[in-house]
Design a protein around this ligand. Structure first.
Ligand code: S3P
Length: 169
């Protein structure tokens, strides 16, 4: 079975946009764990956080991850916090390559500031919260097969860089 490619990284680093391009260019199937959780719950992520809570979201996220990991030939765009749930890094590693998309906190803030769909950043100082969460998650984000710094890259160039990596790996 052909291995999967898991795109991980903080919100606003371009995982979904780059993931679609990658899947297209590599002839793989694209899937997005956030979109799959929303579909299964019949609620948006914001509604899940409001009506249930973050823990409930994390349980659903891991369920979806386990299900798709039984398939192959997928480019998977993951939610930025998937790495913090114990066991998820191992699940992904067992089924494919892990690629981190990074960007500066300032650039992330610029990209997501008008988006109400990210409940964790619905706080008084979103830029500080971005920095805090990246700091907490950095040990996971740096522990992958490849890291792409997307602050000044277009999605097309980020996809090209990842293709060069997977074709030589
Ligand atoms: C989250 C990131 C979001 C989504 C949820 C929680 C996080 O996904 O899963 O809002 O904890 O960083 P994106 O990274 O696709 O925005």
């Amino acid at each position: 079975m052909k291995k999967n490619i898991y795109l991980i990284g903080f919100m606003g680093t371009g995982k979904s946009t780059v993931g679609r391009l990658l899947a297209d260019r590599l002839g793989m199937e694209f899937c997005d764990t956030d979109a799959m959780v929303e579909k299964r719950a019949g609620k948006t992520i914001t509604e899940i956080f409001e009506d249930l809570d973050e823990d409930a979201f994390r349980v659903m996220e891991t369920e979806i991850l386990k299900e798709i990991t039984g398939k192959g030939n997928l480019v998977v765009s993951t939610g930025g916090g998937i790495v913090v749930t114990k066991g998820n890094m191992e699940i992904m590693r067992s089924a494919g390559k892990l690629i981190t998309l990074m960007a500066s906190p300032e650039q992330i803030f610029e990209r997501i500031k008008d988006d109400r769909g990210r409940p964790l950043l619905n706080v008084d100082s979103p830029l500080d919260e971005i920095k805090r969460l990246i700091y907490d998650r950095a040990p996971f984000y740096i522990n992958t097969d490849y890291i792409v710094e997307t602050t000044e890259l277009s999605p097309e160039d980020a996809a090209e860089e990842i293709i060069r990596f997977v074709e030589n790996a």
